[in-house]
Ligand binder design. Structure first.
Ligand code: ARG
Ligand code: MN
Ligand code: MN
Ligand code: MN
Length: 297
């Protein structure tokens, strides 16, 4: 399938400056050329417009920048949806993880039984009530499951976008109290670092691919670079030690490529200000290569 790149320079969903430059950093690491070298037809639709935090009000401290985040995610959802309508694969560069609200809304309009693979150190399963920070990037998976502020849940005009039984989290190692409760209530499958250590990434991915593809008509990959160990990906705003290694992450992407189940993907939370010589964006592009079928031999 031909690929359409969309840049989402969003930083309103979290508290640190620089993640709005993530899409530029990923382009600087030659994402488009890498995909062309793999034989894909690739267009870059450029960046969506996101207001700077200085130009708007923070609003409710439990849901910081709610209005602006709703607005830009509605635009992202429309852009992603148009890409799918054209028969192309949406590939979104971020930007903080609150952008998943828009990406998932855009694809779920077409894939009404969407599978979702959430690669992350975190659960992003907070609501305004449970969030310790009020940062919406820690709420985007809950929103996609239909839980949270209705302005965000209702983006695209329908909810939920995805069901718990079609959702799988990989790499979790820092979950807030409300998130742990929600995971038990909804029965979401979570492969924490413990399971990855214990049974290995190959087995984890076999099970994850089954969960995301069983009874679904499309699968979205939402990859937060903080899922990897901060030694490999220092350029993220909320690093957590003890993450997935470079090779474990590649194996996960390679197995996704082999499974041929993905219908959209996003690479988020790249913050070049906190990075070392653009390493994190380079890792993002390398992982993208594996997702799109790059092999050694
Ligand atoms: N759980 C914390 C919070 O709700 C951190 C979330 C980090 N999320 C992310 N997409 N990096 O604030
Ligand atoms: Mn309060
Ligand atoms: Mn995270
Ligand atoms: Mn995240």
């Amino acid at each position: 399938k031909p690929i359409s790149i969309i840049g989402m320079p969003l930083d309103l969903g979290q508290g640190r400056r620089g993640v709005d430059m993530g899409p530029s950093a990923i382009r600087y690491a030659l994402a488009q050329q890498m995909l062309i070298d793999l034989g894909y037809e690739v267009e870059d639709l450029g960046d969506l417009h996101v207001p700077s935090p200085e130009s708007i009000k923070i609003g409710d401290p439990h849901l910081k920048y709610l209005d602006a985040i709703r607005h830009v995610n509605e635009e992202l959802a429309n852009t992603v949806s148009e890409v799918v309508t054209k028969g192309r694969f949406p590939l979104v560069f971020g930007g903080d993880h609150s952008m998943a609200i828009g990406t998932v809304a855009g694809v779920a309009k077409h894939y009404r039984r969407l599978g979702l693979i959430w690669f992350d150190a975190h659960g992003d399963l907070n609501t305004g009530e449970t969030s310790p920070s009020g940062n919406i990037h820690g709420m985007s998976l809950a929103i996609s499951l239909g839980l949270g502020h209705s302005d965000l849940v209702q983006i695209g005009g329908f909810a939920p976008k995805v069901l718990p039984e079609h959702t799988v989290i990989i790499g979790a190692r820092e979950l807030d109290l409300g998130e742990r409760q929600l995971i038990r209530e909804l029965g979401i499958k979570v492969f924490t670092m413990h399971e990855i250590d214990r049974i290995g990434m190959a087995k984890v991915m076999e099970e994850a691919i089954t969960i995301a593809s069983n009874g679904t008509d499309g699968v979205h990959l939402s990859l937060d670079l903080d899922g990897l160990d901060p030694n490999d990906c220092p350029g993220v705003g909320t690093p957590v030690p003890g993450g997935m290694t470079y090779r474990e992450s590649h194996l996960a992407m390679e197995m996704l490529a082999e499974s041929k189940i993905l219908t959209s993907a996003e690479f988020v939370e790249v913050n070049p200000i906190l990075d070392r010589e653009n390493h994190t964006a380079q890792v993002a592009v390398a992982l993208m290569g594996s997702v799109f079928g790059k092999k050694v031999l």
